[in-house]
Every structure is written in C-alpha cells, then in structure tokens.
Design a binder for this molecule. Structure first.
Ligand SMILES: C[S@@+](CC[C@H](N)C(=O)[O-])C[C@H]1O[C@@H](n2cnc3c(N)ncnc32)[C@H](O)[C@@H]1O
Length: 211
C-alpha cells in the first residue's frame, strides 16, 4: 500500500521506468499551473499528485496481462488526464484514445500530448455517445459514470476480449454487487494500492459466458 509521495514515485518508477519520471514531473507542474485557470482536479489533491493521480492511474498496468494484444486503450471521460494520459506517458508505443467532451479539458489534453510528443495518443473531443465504435483492447474510466450507465455507453467499443479497468473508489464492491447476475459474473474487484478502501473493478465479457 502506498502512503507517501515518495512511495508513489517508486511505484511509478517500477511500473513505467526511469524515462517516465521527468515526463510525469512535467505533467504535475503543468497541472498545478492549469488548475489556477480551470478546475481540472480538486485543489486538495495537488499536494499529493503522485499518489492521487499518477500512481493511481498507472497501477492499472499491473492488471494488464503481458500477452495482451494492445490494439487500442480507450479511456472514457479523461478529464485532466487520468488515467488515460498517464497510460499514454507510461507506454508511449501503445495506441491510446482519450474521450473527453469538455472543450477546455480537451485543449489541456491536446497541449500535453503535443508537449510530450505522444504520437500514439489521440483525443476524441466529444461526447462518448458520438464517438464512432471501434473495438478496444482495454476500456478504462475513472469517476466517469455509475457502472450500469458506463457499461451501457461503452458496450459499442467492447468485444469478448476487452479488458475493463475501472477505478471505482469506495463504491467498487457495491456497484458490482448491484449488477444483474449475468453481468456481475464478468467482474471482480482488486484493491487499489493508493487507497486501502478503494477498489478497481476488473472484467472481461467472456468471463460471463458459460464454459
Ligand atoms: C469526474 S470527471 C473525471 C475525470 C478523470 N477521469 C479523473 O478521474 O480525474 C468526469 C469527466 O468525464 C467527462 N464526461 C462526462 N460525460 C461524458 C461523455 N458522455 N462523453 C465524454 N466525456 C464525458 C467530463 O467532462 C469530465 O471531464
């Protein structure tokens, strides 16, 4: 469990390598500046950006099996960049698509992608409902929508092999338990490393199918 900014940086170093650290430093600096112009993240979280946002995002990589064919990582409601932009920084050779509808957030994400030269990362700057369907290897979403709505909105992008990685905070277990039985079998909850009371909802459609 991570309980300091130092430990959060160590986790990022282990999962993403030393090259990523300067890039995340830059994002953290820019985020502090931009947060004075628009409300990207809660002001209280700026003192612990590594724990609350960066490590919280890249810990998802621990749940991606090594053999995954990463055609597309789709992040829904990316906001200030979490987790999608953090994943694009951690794995610059993966195709990462950030879906975000708010114009100023889209501008911020675009500026970070350009400054960090993240050539495999693109933005769909519109509502998810208007994005053309494309099969995703991974669908991630943090603080985007309650689980039933999230699944409804994103079904168009999933296949039997799509891996769902959904940091759900303290409601993770409850949200899964409230799903209809067939859907519930798709998902399980793993503990978050950055908050002992939070969970990450993880799933695959094929896990719900009878063998
Ligand atoms: C609570 S914020 C979370 C941002 C980020 N994922 C995080 O955890 O820091 C939700 C984000 O989803 C975006 N959003 C909400 N509904 C959306 C939709 N239907 N299509 C695209 N973006 C949406 C909002 O503009 C907002 O930036």
């Amino acid at each position: 469990m991570i309980s300091s900014e130092y430990e959060a940086r160590e986790l990022v170093l282990n999962l993403c390598g030393s090259d990523s650290i300067a890039r995340f430093e830059l994002v953290a600096d820019r985020l502090r500046q931009e947060n004075t112009r628009q409300n990207l993240v809660s002001a209280a979280s700026l003192d612990s950006v590594w724990q609350r946002h960066i490590a919280d995002s890249v810990q998802l990589l621990r749940h991606v099996p090594r053999e995954t064919a990463m055609d597309l990582w789709l992040d829904l409601g990316t906001g200030a960049g979490f987790p999608g932009l953090a994943i694009a920084i951690a794995r610059p050779d993966w195709n990462v698509c950030l879906v975000e509808s708010r114009k100023r957030r889209v501008e911020w994400l675009g500026a970070m992608i350009a400054e960090l030269d993240l050539r495999q990362c693109r933005i769909e700057g519109k509502r998810l409902e208007l994005v053309d369907p494309v099969p995703a290897s991974v669908i991630s979403a943090r603080a985007f929508a309650p689980l039933p709505k999230l699944l409804d909105l994103s079904r168009r992008f999933s296949t039997d092999d799509t891996l769902w990685l959904l940091p759900k905070g303290r409601s993770a277990g409850h949200e899964v338990s409230e799903l209809p039985r067939q859907l519930r079998r798709m998902f399980h909850v793993e503990p978050s490393l950055t908050d002992p009371e939070s969970g990450i909802v993880i799933g695959r459609a094929k896990e719900a199918k009878p063998v």
